[in-house]
Each structure stands twice: as C-alpha cells, then as structure tokens.
Design a protein around this ligand. Sequence first.
Ligand SMILES: *Cc1c(COP(=O)(O)O)cnc(C)c1O
Length: 812
Amino acid sequence: MSATENAPAEALPHSAVLAEAIVDTLVHRIGKDERAAKPHDWLSATILTVRDQVIDRWMASTRSAHRQGAKRVYYLSLEFLIGRLLRDTLTNLGINGEVSQALATLGVDLAAIEEIEPDAALGNGGLGRLAACFMESLATLDLPAYGYGIRYVNGMFRQRIRDGWQQEYPEDWLAFGNPWEFERRESRYHVRFGGEVVAGPDGRAIWEQAERVIAMAVDTPMVGYRGKRVNTLRLWEARAVDPLRLDAFNRGDHVGALAQQTRAETLTRVLYPADETPAGQELRLRQEYFFSSASLQDIVRRHVQYFGDIRTLPEKAAVQLNDTHPAVAVAELMRLLLDERGLEFNEAWSITKRTFSYTNHTLLPEALESWPLPLFERLLPRHMQLVYMINAQLMREARAAQLEDAAIAAVSLIDERGERRVRMANLAFAGSHSINGVAALHTELMKKTVFADLHRLYPDRINNKTNGITPRRWLIEANPGLTALIRETIGDGFLDHAEALAALADHAGDAGFQERFAAVKRANKVALSDYIREHMGLPLDPDALFDVQVKRIHEYKRQLLNIIETVALYDQIRSHPERDWVPRVKLFAGKAAPSYHNAKLIIKLANDVARRINADPAVAGLLKIVFVPNYNVSLAEKIMPAADLSEQISTAGMEASGTGNMKLALNGALTIGTLDGANVEIRDRVGEENILIFGLTAEEVARTKAEGYAPRAWIERSPELSQALTAIASGVFSPDDRQRYAALIGGIYDYDPFMVAADFDAYVAAQREVDTLWREPARWREKAIRNTANVGWFSSDRTIADYAREIWKLTE
Ligand SMILES: *Cc1c(COP(=O)(O)O)cnc(C)c1O
C-alpha cells in the first residue's frame, strides 16, 4: 500500500481502486468492518463489487436490443445447473488478476473465497447443465436472450454417503443470501389453477379459477466471454396473493392464517429429484404450469410493449422448450391469444407454431412425460379444452395425410390406451416448427421410434443440434494449467474460437510438448488427490491411471458394467500377481433419484466393492476405488482436468448425447465408450485410433432384443463375467448382508434390459487395450493431445450458432 498511498487517484493501479471498492462494499452494504469480516462476508463484498461492473453492460445490452428492435431468444427450462458464478464472471470480464491482487492486498485469498461460493444446483444433470452452457454462449455470441426457470429455494438434494448408502439432504444454497440476484418486485404475474370454465357474453371462454398464486421475477446476470453482452436469467419465485389472513390470525388460527403463503412457497421449494423418470406428482405439474405461464405472460407483455402488435410475435420472439417440462406453454400461449387477445383459433395456432421450438432429450419410454387426464383437467380446465381443440386440428391433418388408424392414435395428444393421459411430447411437437435432437444418432432414432408417425406427418420439423459445452468453464476456468500451455504453444486464438485448438495436433508427436502436457495432467491429478484425501481421508497415487465415470447414476449409463469389470479385474490381479498390471484409480461420482431403488443399490455396491478392494494388501498400489459424494458442477470442474480415461459406456441408443464425454475429451482424457449419443461424433472428430469403442451398436442392440435376447447364454460363455457375478450375488462384497445384491444380479441373468452381459467381454477387451496403451506413455500422450485438439467443435458456441441460424432465424 505505502508506494501508492500518496499517489494521485488516477495513477492508482486498478487493483488498488478495486480493493477500496471491496472494502467500501463490505462496510456500507454488508455492515462489517475489515477486522470482523468472515470469509463469507468477503465473498459477498467481492461479488457485489464485481456485480456493479456487470450492471452497466447489462443495461447497455438491454437498451441495444430494444433500440435495434432485435428478435429475442427465450430459453424455457425447468433446470439451470449453473454452479458457481464468481470465477466465471471474473474470467468473462477479464478481471481475474486484478481482483485477485486487490484481495491479496486485503489479506484475502481469492481462490479460498471462490471455493466457499455455494453451487447453484438448480438442475439434475446434463439437461440442466446444457441450459447453463447455452446461457453463457448466448451472451458470448452477443445474442439477446432470456433464460426462464424456477428459483428453487432448495435445488437438487445434497448427497451424503453413510455406510455406503446415498442419503439425501436439502441443499441450502441460499443460506447466506444470494448476492448475484435482483428481486424484481414490479415484475409479478398471477398464475391460476383449478376451478371451471364458463362462457362469457361474447362467447369467449372465461376461466373462473379456484386458486391464484403470484410469480415474482428474480434476475441473475449472465455474462458472456470478454464481457460483450450480459443477458438475464429470470427465475420465478412463488408468493401468496394474500400472505397473511388477518381474520384467521385474529381468531387465533395463527397457522391457518399463513396457509396460503406456505402453499405458495411449496411450489418453488424443491427441484424434483428425478432424472429421466417421470415425477408423477401433482406438484410437478403445478411447477411446470407456474413457470410456463409466468414466462409466457412476461414474453407477451414485453412484445406488446415494444412492438404493439401481438401478431408479430414470431418475428420478434423465439421460444425454445428445453424438453417437455415447459410444453404446457403451447396451450398457455393459445389461451393468452384466444382468451386475452381475442384472436381466432387458426391465427393463434399459426403464431404459436412459429414461436415455439422444442428440444427432445430422451427416447426412454418411461421418461416421456404424460399426465393423467383427470389431473390435468382438474388443475388446468381451460388448457384441457385447448388441448382438445389443438388435437382436433391435429387429427384433421393426420386424416388428410391419410395416416392409418394406428398412426393417428400414435400422433394424438391423448393416449387412449388404459388410463387416458395427456402426452406432453406430442403437444410440444404439434405446437413447434422445429423439433431437435441433441446428437446425430439420437435425432435419427427420434425419427424412427418415438416420433415416427409425427415425423411422417410433418417431415420438415425434426432436425439435429449436437450438444456442446462452454470452453470458458470447462477449459479456461477448470484447467488453467492446460490453458496456459496451449496459449504458449498455439497462441490465443482458441480462446475465442475453440476450433482453433486443432493447431495443437501439430504438436501431438512432439516429445517435449508431450512432457509438458503430461506434467499439467499430473499436477491436476495431484490437486484432485489432495482434495480427496482432505475430504475422504483416502490417499490416491497420482501416477496411477485415473479412470472416471461421473454422471447421474442410472441403469442405462451402466455404472454396473464398470463395477462388474472392476470385480473381474480385482480377481485377475489376485490370481496373477506376477503380471505387469497397470495401477488404476477407478473414480465414481453421481446422484441417484431418491425413489430409484436399483440406482441407489448400485451406489452401495460401488462403496462395498471399494471398501473390500481398498483394504486388500494383495492389490495395494494397483487398484483403488473411490466414490466421491455429492457430484455437482464444482466437483466436475475438479475431476474433469484430472481424468485420464472417460467412461461413456451407456447401452447404445439410450444416451441422447452426453456432455460429460465432451468435457473430459477437451481436458485430454481418452474415451472408452459405446457408439452412443455424441460418442459417435467424438470418434468422427478425434479419429478412431484415438478413442476406444466397444460393444453393440444401437442397431445391434435393437436386433438382438428383437431376436429374443437371452443374457444367461452370454453369461455362460464368459467365465470372467460368471465369476464376477457369482461373487457379487453370493455376498463376497456384502458379508453383512449376503442377499443384498442377489436380486440386482439376478436381474442380469433373467432380463438384462441394458445388455450388460452382451457387452461385457468387449468392454474387458477394450480395458486391457487401455492398459497396453498406458504402458507406452508417448502413444498415450499423443492420443490425449489429439483429443483436446479435435473437440473444439463441441463448444456450445457452435451449438448456439446453429440454433440461432437454423431454428431461431436470428442470423444468416
Ligand atoms: C456435464 C454434467 C453432467 C452430464 O454428464 P453426462 O455424463 O453427460 O451424463 C451431469 N452433471 C454435472 C454436474 C455435469 O457437469
């Protein structure tokens, strides 16, 4: 300080000005002095100070969109898995160094306070993280966009592992407040539920609701790279219309007086902890309608305010539905156009279809959302009528196109088989001009399976937009060591154009560069090992091969295949200790939906296997298993840069895209995987010699099933698999409960819907090929470098540019 103390203000280095601003914020906005400030106070003061720098750009972004009469993108998603924002915002504003210096002069370590920022865990997994990467890329590409979702007070549950079992705890990410957000008390809408529909004097429908809730906007700025643009993530909070019933209160009914507020707050309390399984819960449908209605009311209000005429909505607004969770928005826009703006059906329907587009994320039949018709009708009586009107139009078009009866039944918005249900995917499809899949294979399968008949009826609607990830978070921020090495080697171009990473390929065979690349990877592995030792008390060898499978726990993702192979490997090492085994760390992380019995059992199995293997001196130094609790964005940022091997081993045809696969390849991990989702395109880009592909293809999976798959026969042909299954089923890893895994393993013998048995031997062979490669470090490193070099195309900037050009028509 002393050198600058007497200098005139304009000569102060920026970091000194910043330090003053942070202290000023601490004192005047947090109400603490420097000596009393706790780490959380410094975090809040830093965020508020940085936020001030964001606000001017934010307003400038809004003003310029307004001035230019620009078309806006509205991304509707029930999930935004944004994680922490401080490091991301500092990186995108380019003020990391200054802020770090400023804090250092105050005796505060930026890295330490970054580490205590809570994760905004407003999502389950890939779908929610995609929405977060998209928000960042939209701002980076200078496209005017709003994200719309729900501000869950407790987002995704926090996972603890107790005695090997998953336990769920509420995530209290708002415990210290959230300095990033702005409450917009003036942006409030009524959202209605229940009641009945009556005819008004002019013939218009009047919805006499039974219940009203207020949706209040809470905005978070989303900063693009190089601070070009700041967009808005608008999350809705539910409030009671009449929070305190004073009459009841004065009667002494203190709890009853607050009942409305409690009921409203319940709406935005938790994210349904379901992933790819329907949450068949009324509350979930209420959440979907709540945020869809508030968002559509906001969009229509903004459009009419700026442009006057509701009929021009499709020219000025592109509304993207992230999966079917906001599909009820199709009926809601129809309601607004018909009942509130007085348009005729045909015109309203045309506006609706030109405004919406829909992204499909899964083909799993059990994950296709549908609602029991009586529930839908009771909660949303007017929307039920509108669904019937839309369906009548759809049926007319299907008959005009001469679809046969079975196809007509398949395209209908109402599933008439058994209990009648409203099909949200069909509603989203019917109400959109574009329906996209998230990887090439997935899009082709959409055309052939779930949407085969809708595709025949509307053949121009389905298109592909392969997912992407933002290289700011997943390379520049998560892996500063690799970023620095790449800058020194090929210059800075890749920072703005990820595909410029391709220039790294020229250095892939260079021994000196390989050494430096490997040194960065090793440092990242040391950092992860330190973290795991600190948090779990488990020491890892950073020179071992780090083999990682991190993602939601689901049978189709086949963590079980990996665990069974681990058991087989364990058996092999013990039987042949004289062989030259490659030391491995098998790292697992991921949450299971609380109601998903088998997924939770698979977590327990991973932990049981870990306990036995990690304690066995016969494999010490050769095999370690670790299940890291509470997988979230921040943990992913630590794991991805430290991985050598990326496990992407889903049953072919079941993973729509995957994005974990992209993050890991970008950070120089080799993929071992099936030809599923985006793995296919990763192989095409990195070259088949730089990826380990094994197992049945999607076509072979379908054919094998059609021909009558008999897993028992496959198991009998594989001694290694038989032995591993027998060991697990007989309780070798669960001496305290020998029956624990009998049913889980029995399921593989009898049904094996995820084809673990059919792919097992091919998977083992690929793993032994991994060992062979690992023993030749030069070959391994060359392949790792070629992975980083060739996956720039999976930047979400490319994905968003494709959406902008081909779906939203924002650019040429
Ligand atoms: C990327 C990511 C995912 C998606 O992983 P997949 O392997 O594609 O399923 C899930 N959760 C978090 C926290 C992520 O960062």
